[in-house]
Design a protein around this ligand. Structure first.
Ligand SMILES: [Zn+2]
Length: 256
């Protein structure tokens, strides 16, 4: 496979000196033309298995409102999951939530390497570049990973409006959980997923390994499927993220 792809990420918003760097691993729905839609119908590709429904609208509005830079993956997680380490068993899934992905069956090493080199690595290199540039200027940096989750999984309804995922450094997550609960929301604490060293890639790589404060947030998809909900959640996060950072800086004597 030698197809030359369009760039695998897009950058939104602007840097006005604040600490936040927003990243969206699963905001995209694109599929390289030679992969023929992965052999799936448009309806299947539009399901939650193909992308994090609604997080594009939240992330871009949030980037405008803070303002902050947002780095967004363009390609569908079904092509390669940018929140998995290369070679992870669920990096390129053969099936997802009951749907077999025809063009992901029995891939060659070359097929996998091409997807990593064309899609996964350039996206993470762009994030690394953004963080490096700020750290070189001795700026405070907070990595914010944006995701959304399906409201019903394997016939079980999920009660949380929003979830915070954390592992080795839970400080900022705990502050954010308290702020969201104070708004009357049902907030998952490592729900609907827990952050681990192997289930995730983006926050372990860019947050934990670099000892940078970080947030991984999951918003329930039915709340942000439409522009009104996306605007509501972007406004909420644009208010709460700076509050959480101020509390963090005071509590842990960090320079804002
Ligand atoms: Zn996601």
């Amino acid at each position: 496979m030698t197809e030359i792809l369009a760039e695998s990420f897009k950058v939104y918003g602007r840097d006005d000196g604040g600490p936040f760097v927003l990243v969206s691993d699963h905001a995209g729905q694109a599929i390289p033309p030679t992969l023929d839609g992965l052999g799936l119908s448009a309806d299947e590709r539009a399901r939650h298995i193909g992308w994090d429904i609604g997080i594009d609208g939240v992330g871009r509005r949030l980037a405008d409102a803070l303002p902050a830079v947002l780095i967004e993956q363009v390609y569908s997680r079904l092509v390669i999951d940018c929140n998995r380490a290369p070679g992870h068993p669920t990096s390129i899934v053969t099936q997802s939530d009951g749907t077999v992905v025809p063009r992901n069956q029995s891939l060659s090493m070359q097929d996998r390497a091409w997807r990593e080199q064309a899609i996964l690595h350039p996206y993470h290199q762009r994030i690394t570049q953004e963080l490096d540039a700020r750290l070189a200027q001795k700026r405070a940096v907070v990595v914010v990973a944006l995701h959304s989750f399906t409201p019903v999984m394997r016939e079980v309804a999920r009660p949380w409006h929003v979830g915070l995922l954390h592992n080795h450094d839970s400080r900022l997550a705990h502050i954010m959980i308290d702020l969201l609960r104070a708004e009357g929301l049902v907030v998952g604490d490592n729900e609907p997923y827990a952050l681990t060293d192997t289930s995730d890639y983006t926050i372990p790589l860019h947050g934990e390994q670099r000892a940078l404060p970080h947030i991984e947030i999951e918003i329930r998809q039915d709340l942000i499927a439409h522009p009104e909900g996306q605007a509501e959640w972007a406004a909420r996060l644009a208010s709460l993220l700076p509050q959480a950072w101020r509390i963090f800086c005071t509590r842990y004597e960090q320079r804002p």
